[in-house]
Design a protein around this ligand. Sequence first.
Ligand SMILES: [Zn+2]
Length: 911
Amino acid sequence: MKILFSYILLVLLCIQVHAQVSIESMLCKVTKPLTSNQRIELASQFSAWQATKATSLNAPAEVKTIPLVFHVISPSVPSVAEVEEAIVQLNDAYSNKGQFETNGGADMEIIFDLARTAPDGGATTGINHIPTDYTNMDMDLEDTDLVNHSHWDQSKYLNIWLVNSIEGEALADYTGRSWWTRSGVGGYANGAGVVVTSLTTSLVAHEIGHYLGLFHTWEGRNCKNDDCLLDGDMVCDTPPDKSTGGCNDNSCHTDTLSNYSNNTFFIDTLDMSTNFMDYSSCPLDFSLGQKERMHFTLDSSYPTLSVTGRTTSVLQSPCTDVRHINFYMDRQYPIPNEEVLFQSNTMGNTTNYRWFVTPSDFIWKETDPRVGLVSTLADLRYTFPNEGDFKVTVQAWDASDSTCLASFSRYVRVGCGVDARFYPDIRVIASKQPHALMTDSVRFTNRSYNATSYKWTISHQNFDSTNPSLPDTTSDLKDLHFYFEEPGEYEISLTAINGACEDQSNVFNLKVFDPTMEGSPYIEEVLCSSADTLLVLFSLSNNGYDTINVGTPVAFYDRDPRYVATANLMGTYTLPGFIYGGESNLYSAVLAGDITAIDELFVSFNDTGTVDLPIQYPPDDRNQLSTQTIFPPSGYSELTYSNNVNSYKIDVSGFTQERDTIVCDGQVIGFDFEDMFDPSFCSDTVFWVSEHKGYLSSDLQLNYLANEDDLINVVYRSVSGMEILGIINVRLGRPSFDLSDTVYRVRRGEGVTLKIEGDSSYQYNWTPEEGLSDPYGMSPFASPEQNTRYTVEAVDQYGCITLAKQVQVWVETTAHLPNLFTPNGDHSNDHLLIYGLESIIDVSFKIWTKNGVVVFASNDLVTLTKYGWDGKYRGKPLPSGVFFWGVSGTYEDGNPIYLNGVESGVIHLAR
Ligand SMILES: [Zn+2]
């Protein structure tokens, strides 16, 4: 069927097991999960939008009112009162009121109301009744056809199509070790609006949630939560959730992981089961974060949708009285040159009519209202001249008030009278020949209109483009029950025929997965196990869906069994446990034989070497392929050698391993051959040889004194001649450093920075710690109370320690001597005294002239500190001038005596 107009691709879906009002049965899915790039883009747009908002999440948003238009594609139409009551409930759901009030829920500040003005300005009930066969429609095949019957400008109205039933399938996928479950569809959101099978509040609230940008709370079906703006439903105040059902589940324990969530979830919380976007049995509310997402979507994707801020509201009728109109056609499938009756129904006073038939893409303009005018009678009898897509509009008014029109329109497809339609009963299968019991089928039900014969076309595209695709298959049966014999992507279409009239259905795309188990072995490593056995570490992946059973053989050969008929079977390993579809396990096998003769080891899945493959069918497993697939009593595997053979090259002399070991100078280090190279190694001869020290030992363990860089070879030689060489590079760790000075003098109460010239990555340890600002630093500030000898050593990153070095810090007392005195008899500064000198053993102080004549000398503490020098020599005052002094002596603590911190200096005598 031709597509009349296009809209945003169908993205979001929701389903319901039964079309009838059961909240408990609401199930939903997203058919096209966002790619990670789409998530990043969306999250960045959302963040940018958030940044433009001055208000926080909790602040009230501008309440937005969204006009709804209902297209009732059903023979029975709900009354305006019933729709209005549904909207009251919907508004309670969106504002967390009434029966939907919960403690955790939030007011979305979004209100819905019925549109009362149609796109052409006419009065409307906001409920368009368009009875067609498409009230029973297929979600995958007929969504566009449904929308094409009636739709209003989605930038100004939220379109809701109400249908009787939806053919579709949700959650049809494979998770964990169980095959898909399937559910019927009760509603979904597409890019043009939402489609529902009932006016159930939770269903409509959920689908509109999708339309306004919300995902299911369990979106992604994992617990990933390292960035709540990107993960899951991309809403930060809904906890991570992977459960699609239940009401008090706690499916994820990652609640506190996301940075943002750390501000929301401080502890593990239950899933938000009451959320409308969950899949639970108790949907009641939305969260604040979802409110923010919906307002973001409204602002960015539907900026003109809400009437808030519009100058004229489509929620108001243009008429003061109740006045509206619609029409019914006397046939669903008009053909050219055949009169169609369009019969109008009016409410209120309507005396005048005008009918328009325009191309479907015609946009009605106020300034030119009479384009396409075909009648002014109450009913229209119209003969379409040709096939095509048309829009039929009726407008009615009362002669007393021609300014107020009631209007109604719908789209009409004029063809040759045949409509090709079908639907499949199942949408995901795994199927394959030649194992008839593994072959799954799909029943395609034909519901074409007015056809007398049919032609089905099934075309196949192999998943693997290197394999040929099957030729097209055709069938002329009415309903098709087709067995799919080869995995791949199929396109199924139907041509419905009546005489010269043919109609082509939309194309159904079906992926048929490969049901068989598919073992793909990979040899990870081959080790010597004993003198004549090999230890093989290998993995086995199941690339199919059926379980690989316990006991399935894996065969090892010394040559390629695909090409060498004389390949020697070295052993057969039987799987000790299941490998489920899509999973992989690691195994080890010990193989006996002449291992020195092997240069490459081959492994083959499900092969004993007798070439009859598969040699064993594992018993049935519990995996259910689909609701319709009948499983064989035993599984089947891939029969080709395309991916079930792997090999590993063995170089017997090449078991060389090399390692570096850093040892501190003078340290004894122990090496254990078994620890270093293989714990299960063969037990023959081992010997250790040093490059510098020669032969060291023949024991498995070696104690080695490291005092220089060295190279140690450890050689294993099996009785069969197999040799393994290990090389150990011994590198000495020798940290060293220098001190910029080793003796410092400070006055008591002052200090000095001790400086190390060395590697800043080392740790330095100073002892004692007393008086040091940083006893582990490269330049500690030292201000000891008394003379201190510090010791410092360095430790490098390997723990090697340097020889210690020492620093002496002398702490001087505060004894001092003025450098000027005035012996002029004024009783001020007439004597030169030493101040602060005490606790001494002995002292000697002298003053001499520049010619070396000693003019004053004393060894007496009292003389020096109480009487001093009076500036006289032999009883005569000396003239002004410069004199020299010197001090020596010892304190009681053994320290030498200094004055002003020095042993000698000058004084100025001034008169
Ligand atoms: Zn949904």
